[in-house]
Design a protein around this ligand. Structure first.
Ligand code: DAH
Length: 359
């Protein structure tokens, strides 16, 4: 037996015996790698006479091909049996119970905003928004609260650095500036000129310097605004009666309008709903107590004029309500600060599933 036959027998038998793909690759390297036995034979070619070189070269090449084919065959065999072994061992038990999936919940504020949209949407209101960072004019002056007006002290304002052009800026203290922004809107003014009626709600964030169990520096309000040529106080009362009864889901809910003062409405009122306290628990509905839930009134002619509309032609009503407050009342949430703690346990307890309670 010459070298070549020995190398051939050894290599082919090693291929046959290789137990797995790793061992098989080691066999390939031992025969065909840089320092492999077959490669070694190739290297001897240069030392042979031309006649021999041709004949021996052909035999080495053939051997190389033979070993490659054997490696390939063994490789696919080992691959197939490895797969068969996995298939035999790894079983999917389709009868196992599914793992519970963690569902998120809607924050009560989002839920209440959805409820507001549903209730006021049925009355023909659309949803409007405005910026959290507001200029002094929209937040105060347009709403009949000029610079030296004492009503500015009613709201503890976060003042921001003025704009480059000197415009004083604030974090809006209420959603009312969106009243001004809406009335000033060109499209809205055209719609009104054609005899249409403006009806918007404005849910959003508001900011005041305040922090205790019922006040946080950031809170939420919803503004309502109706403007056209004929809307009067009776419409205001009807709208808020319907809203309160729908929102608190109490048909005979007692509601009372108390005269009040806001610079941007005349006359102005605050609205209370009936309630009772039993063993420290609040019940909304007929009872011996009242809870204040919102401010409202007929939009002041000066606010209408400030926003580019003729108060001799246009009139309407507005209202403003704390969203967090009505969420606390409806869903029995005791501490406002917990709304903004981002505590998952709280969210799981007070949160809502996406379709719950939406009409
Ligand atoms: N902006 C008032 C506040 O934050 C609430 C309010 C009262 C809004 C009466 C109104 C309104 O639109 O008519 O205290």
């Amino acid at each position: 037996m010459d070298d070549l036959t020995t190398i051939r027998n050894e290599a082919l038998s090693a291929v046959e015996k290789a137990p797995d793909l790793g061992a098989l690759d080691a066999v390939r390297v031992a025969a065909l790698g840089k320092k492999g036995s077959v490669t070694g034979l190739m290297k001897t070619l240069g030392t042979l006479a031309p006649e021999q070189r041709k004949e021996f070269g052909a035999r080495v090449n053939q051997l190389k091909g033979e070993i490659e084919a054997a490696l390939e065959a063994r490789k696919s065999m080992l691959g197939a049996s490895a797969l068969a072994a996995r298939l035999a061992n790894e079983k999917v038990d389709v009868t196992l119970p599914a793992r519970p999936e963690g569902h998120g919940t809607l924050h009560p504020i989002g839920q209440v905003m959805d409820e507001l949209a549903a209730i006021f949407g049925e009355m023909g209101f659309t949803w409007a928004e405005g910026p959290d960072i507001e200029d002094d004019w929209h937040n105060f002056t347009a709403l009949n609260i000029p610079p030296d007006h004492p009503a500015r002290q009613m709201q503890d304002t976060f003042y921001l650095p003025p704009r480059a052009d000197g415009t004083p800026m604030v974090l809006r203290t209420h959603t009312s500036p969106v009243q001004a922004r809406t009335m000033l809107d060109k499209g809205v003014q055209e719609m009104l000129a054609e005899g249409g009626s403006l009806r918007v709600i404005v849910p959003g964030r508001t900011f005041r310097i305040d922090n205790d169990a019922t006040h946080t520096p950031m809170f939420h309000q919803v503004e309502g605004l109706v403007i056209d040529r004929t809307t009067h106080m009776g419409h205001l009362k009807g709208c808020l009666y319907d809203f309160c009864r729908a929102y608190f889901e109490v048909d005979e809910l007692p509601i009372r309008f108390r005269p009040s003062y806001f610079p941007f409405t005349e006359p102005s009122a605050e609205v209370d709903i009936g309630c009772s306290w039993k063993d420290g628990e609040l019940r909304i509905g007929a009872g011996d107590s009242w809870l204040e839930i919102l401010g409202c009134g007929m939009v002041h002619p000066r606010a209408i004029a400030n926003c580019g509309l003729d108060p001799a032609v246009y009139q309407g009503f507005a209202f403003g309500m704390g969203i967090d407050r009505i969420a606390m009342l409806k869903y029995g949430i005791p501490d406002l600060r917990s709304f903004f703690d981002s505590d998952l346990r709280w969210l799981r307890h007070y949160g809502f599933s996406a379709l719950e309670g939406v009409r």
